[in-house]
Design a protein around this ligand. Sequence first.
Ligand code: ADP
Ligand code: ZN
Length: 292
Amino acid sequence: MKLGALEAGGTKMVCAIGDETGKIFEQVSIPTETPEITIPKLIDFFKEREVDALGIGCFGPVSLNKKASNYGSITSTPKLAWKDYNIVGAFADALHCPIGFDTDVNGSVLGEVTFGQAKGKNCVIYLTIGTGVGGGIYIDGKLLHGMVHPEAGHVLIRKRSDDQYEGKCPYHKTCLEGLAAGPAIEERWGKKAVELADKTEVWDLEADYIAQALMGYIVTLSPEMIILGGGVMHQEQLFPLIRTKVSELLGGYVEAKELEDMEHYIVPASLHDDQGIMGCLELARRALSEEE
Ligand code: ADP
Ligand code: ZN
């Protein structure tokens, strides 16, 4: 089985060829410009390699509802060249093969559940904390879409009284993304996040906000594992801080063996930054098996 995988991001497009076991044979990265410039390059890549199916994990928001007329489109993105662009339609017309489509973060959680540390689990959340904050949710074999798809980065956060920063989200100011994504850290402290590595107050506040969001996900979805990825989580000192704060916030209310072993409950991504692209291989495999 020759599967194509496309991790469509706001800054780069990662294309890979692989198989149903998650093995990647070839991988290239192409900068994200406008659809007119970028999409033909991507189509050429997959066409030349004659893939049996393609899986796309895409930056969003996207339309995932197969019954909607705009299925397969990127909807209200601030990247205006891509607004209302039907990415699935473009590949379907050119490749004539089954196409799996989901959000980038749903792709990542699928990669971790299919090929990584979350194998065998039924309810898993993958949260990326980078330029923005996004969450993918896997439940009982499926990726959660619901009405649109989860926007877990935009849960509201109780701001700490010693934090004077107003919040960066244009819609909600003090949601998790507004308070804790990379650009918020950098605007609040006036330095690149990576240059703040030794400032304990930065990561204590950051862990506070992330922990509040995780507490909310735990009591609503009851996940068996929470995986944290994205550029900000390269600050590994965040993990122990977040685990302690989540335990404090839960206050012993939820009783579960997973919560007694926080080191294996709130964890970094396990697939060497390939969780997204590997998840796209699985999206392709699923699309192929649905058509058979
Ligand atoms: P994207 O979200 O655009 O896919 P990343 O996940 O790499 O990309 O996130 C980029 C953000 O992560 C930047 O805003 C930057 O502040 C932050 N970041 C990147 N590397 C680090 C690091 N080593 N430590 C802390 N923050 C980082
Ligand atoms: Zn928001």
